[in-house]
Design a protein around this ligand. Structure first.
Ligand SMILES: Nc1ncnc2c1ncn2[C@@H]1O[C@H](COP(=O)(O)OP(=O)(O)OP(=O)(O)O)[C@@H](O)[C@H]1O
Ligand SMILES: [Mg+2]
Ligand SMILES: [Mg+2]
Length: 469
């Protein structure tokens, strides 16, 4: 349908295609409120071709279907930095490519977004529609809609037989970004993932036939692997469940022993030191009497006092003078808390590194920078994240720390001191949001891939005809 001035009339959602990207059909949400158009892209990687910066990325052209994947390549025409509400800066690449709507073809700019826009794989913004399209928001799907047969022809029959792995996600909150991404990545790679709420699992401790049951009485006996994402407050019970799965011969990542070990901060730092990993000079105490000696032990003020139970930067205090240090330690003492005093690495200038280690390799790293006037780089304390290139020494430190604790997946925090990189801590359930949005990498996919490798699972040859497009 066209208007009197020959513009194409569209409704709120329409099918279009991108001939130069090899996308024969994709349904777009028409959104004149957005300036630029965007496409939901993942596994975004840049490379150089004939001196130009190119980007390669994958697209799921069909809604609610993560198994159909197209890989596309285009030169980068622009990079835009978008800062999310959580303070994470994200680089979005912009490409220019041909769009085809009905029988008309023209060049448009597309932002590669790594989030679904309201369940649509693409968003058609007003710049792309300028001079060519009129929107009637009362209508939808006014243009030619591809038939089911046509879609099968282009994208292959939907696969019915499940040949993937069955993986459990042992965690507490299915709505957490990290957990949603793991579920998505497993499905994307052809597996079935079930969310197992730690609270709803119970077990039969039996030498011959150990079992895990799930709320309602279902016996969990058909899992190939379990991804363990245990929050600190659930360490005891979560690790007991992980151990139970292990005794049933199910592969766990991370394993129960590695998690319990890494949750004990004193023990894990002692293990690190034994392997020659450098940490800031640290003193440990439980409600100490000899406050003054404790302070001298780590070189005097300024120093850092940490509650052993703290996370996300809570319970970490900078004491600038000996007096301040004494009062903080005495206050913690009154709480009968386990505490740690540590040399303050001033030259780190409010920055630290988070290296994400999977299977002995650093797959992504970010630098976290504290908000002005703050020394803690935690995102939860207003810090911001950016991509960083780490040195070979930092890489070694990160992989060795994960290895010493036996963690297949680890978030290793490193601080840059004048004596070289020092280890701050190792996290056995590192969050994915900060690192994925800052680097654009599919870390969840990496985790699932490491399970496939360990279980020697091979991807069945795709029945689709995508290669020929
Ligand atoms: N010795 C130190 N010198 C300088 N800065 C430090 C030191 N220790 C910690 N920091 C800063 O404070 C932040 C928080 O410290 P740390 O990571 O030890 O505790 P946490 O973040 O509460 O624990 P978790 O990461 O498990 O949530 C670090 O990210 C770092 O920026
Ligand atoms: Mg900590
Ligand atoms: Mg930390």
């Amino acid at each position: 349908m066209t208007s009197s001035n020959n513009k194409i009339i569209v409704g709120s959602e329409e099918w279009c295609s991108f001939p130069a990207l090899g996308i024969p059909a994709i349904k777009a949400r028409v959104d004149s409120g957005a300036k630029t158009s965007s496409i939901h892209a993942f596994n975004i990687q840049t490379f150089r071709r004939e001196g130009l910066l190119w980007v390669s990325f994958e697209v799921h052209p069909l809604q609610k279907d993560r198994r159909t994947v197209l890989r596309c390549e285009r030169p980068v025409v622009d990079k835009r930095s978008v800062k999310s509400s959580s303070g994470i800066s994200e680089t979005r690449y912009v490409i220019s490519t041909l769009i085809k709507v009905e029988s008309e073809t023209w060049e448009v700019e597309l932002t590669l977004a790594n989030r679904d826009s309201m369940g649509y794989r693409m968003l058609l913004g007003r710049e792309a529609m300028k001079g060519r399209i009129l929107v009637d928001p009362e209508l939808s799907l006014c243009l030619n809609e591809p038939s089911k047969e046509q879609l099968y022809d282009w994208y292959g029959q939907p696969q019915k037989n499940k040949s993937g792995l069955k993986i459990g996600l042992l965690a507490s909150n299915p709505d957490l970004y990290s957990n949603m991404r793991l579920m998505e990545a497993a499905e994307e790679r052809g597996h079935e993932m079930v969310f197992l709420n730690i609270k709803y699992c119970y077990m039969k401790v039996d030498e011959q036939a150990p079992e895990v049951h799930y709320r309602g009485g279902k016996i969990l006996n058909d899992l190939d692997a379990v991804v363990t994402r245990i929050r600190p407050s659930m360490t005891f019970y979560g690790c007991a469940l992980a151990r139970q799965f292990e005794s049933m011969g199910i592969y766990t990542v991370n394993s129960s022993s590695a998690i319990s070990q890494s949750r004990d901060k004193l023990f894990s730092l002692q293990l690190m030191l034994k392997s020659g990993i450098g940490i800031p000079t640290t003193g440990f105490a439980h409600s100490p009497m000899d406050t003054s000696d404790l302070i001298e032990m780590v070189g005097g003020a300024p120093l850092i006092v940490k509650l052993l139970e703290g996370t996300q930067g809570r319970g970490v205090v900078l004491a600038e003078t000996k007096k301040a240090a004494e009062s903080v330690i005495n206050a913690f003492k009154a709480l009968h808390a386990n505490l740690l005093v540590q040399e303050f690495i001033k030259e780190a200038d409010g920055k630290d590194l988070r290296c994400f280690v999977i299977d002995g390799k650093v797959v992504a790293s970010i630098q976290r920078t504290a908000a002005p006037g703050e020394f803690r780089a935690n995102i939860h304390q207003g810090g911001s994240a950016s991509v960083v290139k780490i040195t070979p020494e930092e890489r070694r430190l990160a992989t060795l720390s994960a290895k010493v604790l036996g963690l297949k997946v680890a978030g290793v925090d490193i601080i840059r001191s004048s004596k070289g990189p020092l280890l701050l801590e190792v996290n056995s359930s590192p969050g994915l949001e900060g690192i994925e949005s800052a680097t654009g990498k599919d870390i969840a996919g990496h985790i699932i891939a490491s399970i496939e490798k360990r279980l020697k699972w091979e991807r069945p040859v795709s029945s689709s005809v995508l290669e020929t497009l």
